[in-house]
Design a protein around this ligand. Structure first.
Ligand code: GLU
Length: 407
């Protein structure tokens, strides 16, 4: 079993083989500032009381308030949340935004709850953690299975408890409730900007054959954006499996098909494939946009793409990283590739604190600049230290963190 937090620390330690930052920085970054676990009681629709386990990990705040999403998933546990909070620390530093790293979660399958139960659970998470949250302390956001509506319930609950009316404690809110234009597609769009910035340097063709794992906010938006820019998506999957068509899938029709049948399988004109087969599909660009530990030492040898764009957090294990490196497959790491989401979250926080509302164009222009800069800075570190982009990104982040760290 791959422990994501161990994997995250292995990535950190691998940086030391190419650049010496000194022992102290690694020691400081090998544990979170604090990890909080709470029990959240929810009275269920049938009158029973259930207790859910919730988390908030505040990893590091030298660059700014702790920042990171809240994940609702039946497999979510503390080691996953710690890893995700660590990656947020590195990600915000790579993005060059004044935010630290944090992450939250609840062990729950949200599909098994009614809307009323989900709202009570979300408000319950805030009731238990309100003391440590706040615009200048810790700023949560959406992640897997958490939506703008959930952020609105949480933001409202926080306001009720503390009286804070800035609405700057939660990002990813609905636009009419203080959310930013462009937050919805931000992760997929940011990934697209990064890919564009590095495409020629990585030797990719102008029009790529793309494979996407994931049909949620990130995967679907990314697939739509790549298609809109002339690339073709030849395979895509959700948690149950995927579909493949060598000459490109029609996403609009596929969305309708999923809506009416509840699944991707059986889409006319395409071949059903498993998630394992999807990852091994020959393509130019593979985009894992679902969960951790999808490409491991078990399947790395069979991966047949030129470049991997990690829109999920932690989809490639450190062992698989080594195998892919040997095979000449470049990886655009999560801490760079998917930082568009948190970057627009930062824009939302900034707008809330200043009482402003920027247009979608302003948001996208600022996002483009940030993503392009961090992509090129990462690439530069990779070249300078003759290493891969993951270590390049970590070096960039650690330089920025070390500068502000007091020992
Ligand atoms: N959950 C997203 C991530 O993993 C976004 C975090 C945020 O917007 O704060 O980067």
């Amino acid at each position: 079993m791959n422990n994501p937090f161990q994997n995250a620390l292995t990535q950190l330690n691998k940086v030391a083989t190419v650049k010496n930052f000194g022992e102290k920085l690694f020691t400081e970054l090998s544990q979170p500032d604090r990890d909080v676990r709470v029990s959240i009681p929810v009275s269920m629709d049938d009158g029973s009381l259930r207790i859910f386990e919730g988390y908030r990990v505040e990893y590091n705040n030298v660059l700014g308030p702790y920042k990171g999403g809240i994940r609702y998933h039946q497999d979510t546990e503390i080691n996953e949340v710690k890893a995700l909070a660590f990656w947020m620390t590195i990600k915000c530093a790579v993005a060059g935004i004044p935010m630290g790293g944090g992450k939250g979660g609840i062990t729950v399958d949200p599909k098994s709850l009614s809307k009323a139960e989900l709202e009570k659970l979300s408000r319950g998470w805030v009731k238990k953690l309100a003391d440590i949250l706040g615009p200048k302390k810790d700023v949560p956001a959406p992640d897997v299975n958490t939506t703008p509506e959930i952020m609105d319930w949480m933001s409202d609950e926080f306001e009720k408890i503390t009286g804070d009316k800035t609405r700057a404690t939660f990002t990813g809110k609905p636009i009419e409730k203080g959310g930013s234009e462009g937050r919805g597609p931000a992760t997929g769009l940011g990934g697209f900007y990064v890919l564009n910035s590095l495409r020629a340097q990585l030797g990719l063709p102008e029009k790529c054959k793309v494979v996407v794992q994931g049909f949620g906010n990130v995967g679907l938006n990314a697939a739509e954006i790549f298609i809109a820019h002339g690339h073709s998506v030849i395979a895509i999957s959700d948690s149950k499996g995927g579909v493949y068509n060598e000459s490109g899938l029609d996403l609009e029709k596929l969305k309708e098909h999923k809506k009416s049948t509840g699944m991707l399988a059986g889409f006319p004109g395409s071949k059903d494939i498993t998630n394992e087969e999807l990852l091994e599909t020959k393509c130019d660009l593979l985009i894992p946009a679902a969960f951790e530990n999808q490409i491991t030492e078990k399947n790395a040898e069979k991966i047949s793409t030129k470049v991997i764009l990690e829109l999920a957090n932690g989809p490639v294990t450190p062992e698989a990283d080594d195998v892919l490196f040997e095979k000449g497959i470049a990886i655009i790491p999560d801490v760079l590739a998917n930082s568009g989401g948190v970057t627009v979250s930062y824009f939302e926080w900034d707008q809330n604190l200043k009482g402003e509302h920027w247009t979608e164009k302003e948001v996208f222009d600022k996002l483009f600049k940030k993503m392009n800069d961090s992509a090129q800075e990462t690439h530069k570190r990779g070249k300078e230290y003759s290493t891969d982009l993951r270590r390049g990104a970590f070096i960039l982040a650690l330089e920025r963190i070390k500068e502000k760290m007091q020992f």
